[in-house]
Design a protein around this ligand. Sequence first.
Ligand code: TAP
Length: 485
Amino acid sequence: MQGELAAQAEWDYAPAPESRDIVSIAPEYGLFIDGEFVPAADGRQFATVNPATEEPLAQVADAGEADVDRAVAAARAAYERVWGPMPGAERAKYLYRIARLLQERSREFAVLESLDNGKPIKESRDVDIPLAAAHFFYHAGWADKLEHAGFGPSPRPLGVSGQVIPWNFPLLMAAWKLAPALAAGNTCVLKPAETTPLTALLLAEVCQQAGLPPGVLNVTTGAGSTGAALVSHPGVDKIAFTGSTEVGKEIQRAVAGTGKRLTLELGGKAANIVFDDAPVEGAVEGIVNGIFFNQGHVCCAGSRLLVQESVADSVLGRLRDRLGTLRLGDPLDKNTDIGAINSRQQLDKIRELSDAGEAEGAERWSPPCQLPDRGYWFPPTLFTGVSQSHRIAQEEIFGPVLSVLTFRTPDEAVAKANNTPYGLSAGVWTEKGSRILWMAQRLRAGVVWANTYNRFDPTSPFGGYRESGFGREGGRHGLAAYLNA
Ligand code: TAP
């Protein structure tokens, strides 16, 4: 017996926390306007907290209308005097510099992102930060080649771009928005999410370090009202928004008739479809990556698993086994698979929708999983017996919760996958290439992954339609959103 216990103990994971010493968090942060960090005009601040511990991290300036006005004026002046007239090859040098600095300071960014957002360090270290740098590298390459991008002989920038981003990939969403805008010759005012402002402010510091001319990038931290002030500011030429469908619709109403250009990247309720000929081990990894990556805080998360009835039992058996191996806990631990939920408000929403799933008759399952005493946590959760009308099959949960449905034929899979008001992404798992193409033609989704999931690349356009928004980010298509062709 003792030998057994000793053998078991040997196989336990030892804690492997990443040191937070590399990050120095200031007690207070200002807004970044015209190349300088400044307090809000009315001196207001808000706290940002570590969602894994509820520990306050810093006080951050809360931008009001006057601050947004200052930021837009700085962006306009920089656009007219410096950035707009600058040759593309010169702009590219700044973008390359920013990209290299992101790489050089990547550990610092990764630790700060995990502290402010709650995501596992292995994700911020291996996904968020390298991809953010890749977006700057990629778009730096376009800056002096815009006339060859297929938008006519001399595409022009739009002017000042107002960019409002969410909390799920704070630095990466900033990079998705800023890199193409700057490469195309626009200047920017960025509004990060209230719960995750710190890496956008560190990025502003990197831009200072790179010598980016003042006013080219401005960061106005604050809550939804700051975003609304930016959206409705008459000095902004283009709005780029990523976030909820509800706020996206509000923004669309606010800019209607103003002549401002708009792109919206909104929610999703993607189907991840597993056929009976799919390689099961790979599919199970893809299901896990599809919904448990980033705690399911992913607009394109594969939150509805559609599995062919003949293999449902074996796939679900293996999936349950795999979920039993996921490690939930300290986001800074390098072994952690599932970190903290980003905010109390988001945790409440996940709980409410999961309770509704049970109340509507679906069967809920989670592996044995100890949740930390402090912070915002939700265990990986699987719902079986889900019907298409259940709220958990219709609404975006934006958490580590998978709704499982079954199908018998490819037609039924398509019908169920498309039974959603969203249209952002989908996954198909099958051995047959012809079936992948057949499915991809019928799935109403902006992105269809085949035998993989949640793969991103700056060269590849990403975006949805219907309630998932419009416009593309990434690739040549993404550049179009920032150019007057
Ligand atoms: P949103 O409210 O949509 O937040 C996205 C961004 O918009 C944030 O920077 C937010 O600021 C800002 N904002 C809020 N109201 C605004 C307004 N009226 N005008 C302009 N900007 C405004 O999302 P959330 O509240 O963080 O999350 C709510 C739900 O949205 C989630 O549960 C999830 O289902 C969904 N969501 C989807 C995505 C993606 S990528 N599709 C991302 C985040 C959330 P504050 O953060 O300061 O409020």
